[in-house]
Write a protein that binds this ligand. Sequence first.
Ligand SMILES: Nc1ncnc2c1ncn2[C@@H]1O[C@H](COP(=O)(O)OP(=O)(O)O)[C@@H](O)[C@H]1O
Ligand SMILES: [Mg+2]
Length: 259
Amino acid sequence: MRISCNNLKKAYSGLHAVNGVSISAEESRITCIIGRSGAGKSTLIRLLSLLERADEGEVMYDGARVDDLKQKEILTMRRSMGMIFQLFNLFSSRNVLKNVLYPLEIAKVPKKEAVEKAMALLDTVGLADKAHNSISSLSGGQKQRVAIARALVLNPKVLFCDEATSALDPQSTKEILQLIKSIQRKLNLTVVMVTHQMEVVKSVCDYLVVMDNGRVIEEGDAQKHFANPESDILAGFLRNLMIADADMNSPDGRRIGGV
Ligand SMILES: Nc1ncnc2c1ncn2[C@@H]1O[C@H](COP(=O)(O)OP(=O)(O)O)[C@@H](O)[C@H]1O
Ligand SMILES: [Mg+2]
């Protein structure tokens, strides 16, 4: 599913968090939105995923306007998308399997079918053997795997990720990104990923959007823009990444490996 928007604006008590954004996230591609803290990335992804309504502008799925739908239709529409967050947003009172079952319960899928589906997803993310564990017994990377399984259990066409790896160590970040990429290919998902981590963008991004001050300041084919950044912001992100890489390769630095 192609996700696009036209001149989106959202202000919070006079502050323009998103200030006239028009972008298009193509089907079956990974679109990354990068920018500094406060750039408006999370606000934009909330608008695109219909968690919040914009003050102005339009959101389109496959070219059809969706932001002006009735709340009930939006709830139905939201079933065709999965979402994962920095802090996982899991239910600590439910075990691993029951977290993944949750969307199926809401959708009133019969129990047996639901358990089969949830277990298949837990298998995909490599956690089938942890189905009956408590959430608190898991590492950060494992928690994000549960969140990914839960996000995908209703067969969405789109996966929205807001800083999905920002709370993880470098090794877990690498593994989660590999997982997202392999799932994206396998399921032909459209992925819209918001991050402030250049290493994330570098490893998975097809189409790059750079935001600053609520606006898009640069966008295009990721490889082209990595080779020739237009904005100071992107150039700065790339420079910091090079410095971090050099540190990791230094004699006393541990080589963690390019993500
Ligand atoms: N719910 C909200 N209420 C008030 N201000 C908000 C809210 N959400 C975001 N903002 C403000 O909007 C700006 C953009 O925030 P956000 O979209 O979270 O940026 P990013 O995700 O790029 O760090 C920030 O100045 C932030 O403080
Ligand atoms: Mg954010």
